[in-house]
Design a protein around this ligand. Structure first.
Ligand SMILES: Cc1cc2nc3c(=O)[nH]c(=O)nc-3n(C[C@H](O)[C@H](O)[C@H](O)COP(=O)(O)OP(=O)(O)OC[C@H]3O[C@@H](n4cnc5c(N)ncnc54)[C@H](O)[C@@H]3O)c2cc1C
Ligand code: SF4
Ligand code: SF4
Length: 411
């Protein structure tokens, strides 16, 4: 008898039934094990997934892929019930604030903030702000400090939709300059993009939103190493929120902007801008796009990507520069190695940066149904999660019936 045949209940279930929230689920799951379907209901179906890709990166059997339609994690083969997708998900089992705290406690060296511009015109033009991240990565490649950088680019088939890519040359870095305002499952894509290249055991820089870097740090410290790839440097992009692709493009259309006409988007000083090749197509308060924000971002208190070796954003520096927060020896060494590509000045007044980081943390503490506890246990159990999230507007939701066949066969 297959696992699927042994089940009687593949239908949507309601949360909070019984003393053990899992007892009504007729599965073979031994006590204490958590399956992908539990993550799906607590995070993805609850519309809390931030598409960081940690679950896919943590899965030892490569059972989690990316759904072609919504870009979210989905089961692609048998789930063994090892619980690791839950354990490394910053919206369920991973207490992300503890990962940040541990990373800071173990880091050697100091933290400094700079206003940075690419030295080279082509990187400045390609970049979102000062082109400094592009130039930093180009300098590290040229110095032989990294073999490639996992970055993001716009997909060819859909305007503004991002996808992870591996850049191994200055040209590829210039192509991928600029910010992508939807998530790419970045961490779960590393093995794929490296596998499609001719690199063997590469030293990589990983660029991502702060939640991606939290997952990378957790995996580096407590989890499965990547298949041969070494993350030599992590770069976080400052972030108060990312957007859900379909909702973002629909709202652009409602504002009279066709996504195909947009060269790039920007979010700065509380405004959202859509730029065409040579004109500003839209300038509006970013609140007008609230409905497109990922609800899971409201639980995030990590604006400055504190787990990253270098974090980059536009706040607090002039319009033509990028603010860099450079942390520890890894960050400082990387900045030194790429210094010939960069114009670097002390940041000076960092009030705006601290204010935004403080606001972001207060918002997360108000939103999180669980306690925000940087000293708390690293892991949050399934029952513990449900105690806090059931009976809130972030409660687990029954899985999409369209996925029932997957769970019948594989979970
Ligand atoms: C979702 C999002 C929200 C942001 N919100 C803020 C904010 O509120 N305040 C603020 O000060 N800054 C914010 N930033 C950062 C800002 O937009 C710039 O990315 C940053 O200033 C670096 O500029 P740059 O010119 O040096 O980078 P560039 O030279 O343009 O290099 C950026 C690099 O990051 C990669 N990249 C871009 N987007 C992604 C992505 N989504 N996932 C993985 N890699 C990516 C690119 O491929 C490129 O390699 C945000 C960025 C993102 C992606
Ligand atoms: S938030 Fe990240 S780890 Fe959690 S389900 Fe979504 S992609 Fe996976
Ligand atoms: S706000 Fe936080 S959770 Fe959302 S994309 Fe940015 S870093 Fe990730």
């Amino acid at each position: 008898m297959s696992k699927g045949e042994n089940r009687t209940d593949h239908l949507p279930r309601s949360p909070g039934v019984g003393d053990d929230p899992r007892e009504h689920k007729d599965t073979n799951t031994p006590p204490g094990k958590i399956r992908f379907r539990d993550l799906d209901e607590a995070v993805i179906e609850a519309d809390r997934c931030i598409q960081c890709g940690s679950c896919a990166a943590a899965c030892p059997s490569d059972s989690i892929g990316i759904d072609e339609i919504d870009g979210k994690p989905t089961l692609v083969k048998m789930c063994t019930g090892c619980s690791r997708c839950w354990d490394f998900c910053p919206r369920s089992g991973l207490r992300y604030e503890r990962v940040i705290e541990e990373t800071e406690a173990n880091r050697e060296g100091s933290t400094s903030a700079y206003a940075v511009r690419a030295d080279d015109d082509s990187a400045r033009e390609a970049g979102q702000d000062g082109g400094a991240v592009t130039a930093l990565l180009a300098g590290l490649l040229e110095a032989g400090e990294i073999d490639g950088a996992v970055v993001a680019r716009e997909r060819e088939d859909e305007p503004l939709r991002g996808e992870a890519m591996l850049a191994t040359s200055r040209e590829e870095l210039l192509e991928s300059g600029g910010s992508i305002f939807n998530q790419t499952m970045q961490l779960g894509e590393i093995d794929r993009v490296v596998g499609e290249s001719d690199l063997d055991d590469p030293d990589l820089a990983l660029v991502g939103t702060p939640c991606v870097i939290q997952g990378a740090k957790a995996l580096e410290s407590f989890g499965r190493p990547g298949e041969g790839s070494e993350i030599a440097l992590t770069v976080a992009l400052f972030c108060t929120r990312s957007f859900e692709y379909d909702r973002l493009t629909s709202l652009l259309v409602e504002h009279g902007v066709e996504p195909e006409a947009v060269d790039h988007l920007d979010v700065a000083d509380g405004k959202l801008f859509a730029y065409g090749e040579s004109e500003t197509l839209l300038e509006t308060d970013v609140e007008a796009f609230d409905a497109a924000g990922l609800p899971g971002c409201e639980e995030c208190a990590d604006f400055t990507g504190r787990a990253a070796d270098i974090a980059a954003g536009n706040v607090a520096s002039p319009d033509d520069a990028t603010t860099f927060v450079v942390r520890g020896e890894r960050g400082a060494d990387a900045l030194d190695a790429a210094a010939s590509e960069l114009e670097i000045e002390d940041l000076g007044d960092d009030t705006a940066l601290r204010k935004l980081a403080g606001w972001n943390r207060r918002k997360a503490e108000e939103t999180l149904p669980r306690e925000f506890d940087p000293e708390g246990d690293l892991s949050i159990g399934y029952e513990q999660h449900r105690e806090r999230y059931d009976d809130t507007d972030r409660a687990p939701q029954s899985h999409n019936p369209a996925r029932a066949y997957q769970y019948e066969r594989w979970c």
